[in-house]
Design a protein around this ligand. Structure first.
Ligand SMILES: [Zn+2]
Length: 112
């Protein structure tokens, strides 16, 4: 198995950066970036893309084909308990500060 991937960004080899310049004088090229695989990037998108930009280019080109792998034709739902809106007040030397938050909890009794 190879210990690297070529970046899958369809435009990677067209970006003007000096690290992509390869070849001998008189026949220089911009080359797709090589991604060395390691514990950090193996199995994630960073093992296939050298940058967010290249990943975005890939999505722009192949989005329809990518989602066809696992199409979502219906929404999904997670059962929750009735949300509780709660006021929190903190006392400071200069006065009180209050804020509200809403607690959302999964209803484990309704899990399928
Ligand atoms: Zn790239």
């Amino acid at each position: 198995m190879s210990d690297f991937n070529w970046c899958h960004g369809p435009e990677c080899h067209t970006k003007h950066t000096v690290d992509r310049v390869r070849g001998v004088k008189g026949s220089k090229v911009l080359r797709t970036r090589k991604i060395k695989l390691n514990n950090w990037n193996s199995g994630s998108q960073w093992g296939f893309f050298c940058s967010n930009h290249c990943q975005n280019d890939f999505w722009k080109t192949y989005a329809t084909q990518i989602v066809a792998i696992a199409p979502r034709t219906e929404c999904q739902e997670t059962p929750i308990l009735d949300p509780e809106r709660k006021k929190h007040t903190h006392e400071y030397s200069w006065g009180n500060h209050s804020y509200y938050d809403t607690k959302i909890e999964v209803d484990e009794t309704r899990q399928s």
